[in-house]
Design a protein around this ligand. Sequence first.
Ligand SMILES: [Zn+2]
Length: 116
Amino acid sequence: MRKVIDGKRYDTQTARELGVLGDTTLFIKVTGQFFLYQNNPHKWPTITPISWEQARAWAMGVLDHDDLVDQFGNPCRVCNKVKASTDNNYGKLCQTCEDMGYWVDKDGNTHAPDDK
Ligand SMILES: [Zn+2]
């Protein structure tokens, strides 16, 4: 299925399939944009562009841990939102939280800015 939404083209033939749950499939375009393709036999198929955060939340219930890390990296340990790192199994902090002063000690514990 192909569809243009807000001037961007979404094509289930050229995007990469990441996971399936019921009648919904998560795809990623080569540009990195995620979208959900819903193919319910009782409705028109739909394509819904979603953010990295939404895609990750959806995929958490579908992909196993390794695939999740491969695809999405580890989220920030403080805000749990922004992609922080793919090279560290324990996750890191996003730039925003680091800039706010959050920090991680050598044992991997997260500390608030006023923790010294
Ligand atoms: Zn953060």
